[in-house]
Ligand binder design. Structure first.
Ligand SMILES: [Fe+2]
Length: 239
């Protein structure tokens, strides 16, 4: 069972996720059906096109609308607000950045440039970790595992005190599955999310998707990752 989705674009009109509130509600119907009841809402944020304050205000409006319309669909659900923050030069110094961390935590989901890992990015990580005391979460780690040079990926996967989030669906790829397990076994925190963006494409983890994933990696492995994700945010969800 997929207990906790730590990466989902559920809020309407925020990014390239659901285009209407009805699409968000359809996503919630799937989640309720499969009893995924813990969600971390990670709408895209890019400081090159928007201020933190503007994003926070839009997010509040979108979340309020969704809550008002969702009714019984969210009765048993717990949702934490956050963002998927694009890592660009200067992001670690943004005022209000703490407000984009996952509610009740100092964990910040990050989307990295696909071109490769460079010294500017290292500086942003250092500032986040040591000056802001923010724990970076690498969103959809498999993207960098597949696209970075080996040297860049080794740098990224060796960062201290960083959380690695993998896309649940991607665990069907054996190389990605083994990498997630390797990170876990070498003392890193590894969590799962769907990176769902809608109802008819890149949808939440439903019964069929879960069946495919468990066929590829084994039910016990999938369940262990899922439980670890829920457990990592246990305190935040209890607030
Ligand atoms: Fe995402």
């Amino acid at each position: 069972m997929f207990y906790c989705d730590a990466h989902i674009h559920l809020l309407p009109h925020m990014d390239n996720g659901p285009r209407t509130i009805d699409e968000s509600l359809s996503m919630l119907e799937i989640l309720q059906r499969v009893r995924t009841r813990k969600l971390i809402l990670t709408s895209h944020f890019d400081m090159r096109s928007e201020t933190c304050a503007h994003f926070i205000s839009r997010r509040k409006e979108s979340f309020t609308k969704l809550r008002n319309q969702a009714g019984p669909l969210i009765r048993h659900m717990k949702m934490l607000l956050s963002a998927e923050v694009y890592l660009t030069q200067g992001v670690s110094r943004l005022p209000l950045l703490e407000r984009l961390c996952i509610s009740h935590t100092r964990c910040l989901p990050l989307e990295l440039p696909l071109a490769g890992f460079d010294r500017h990015m290292m500086a942003e990580f250092a500032h986040l970790l040591h000056k802001r005391k923010i724990i970076p979460i690498i969103s959809a780690t498999e993207r960098y595992f597949l696209m970075y040079s080996q040297r860049d990926y080794e740098t990224l996967s060796g960062l201290p005190n960083v959380v690695y989030q993998f896309t649940a669906n991607a665990l069907q790829n054996k190389d990605i599955l083994y990498e997630a397990i390797r990170l876990l076994h070498t003392g890193h925190s590894v969590i799962l999310g769907s990176n769902a963006h809608g109802y008819d494409h890149r949808m939440p983890v439903d019964e069929k998707t879960e069946e495919f994933i468990t066929k590829s990696c084994g039910a016990s492995v999938f369940q262990a990752f899922s439980l670890k994700t829920a457990s990592y945010f246990k305190d935040a969800f209890s607030c």
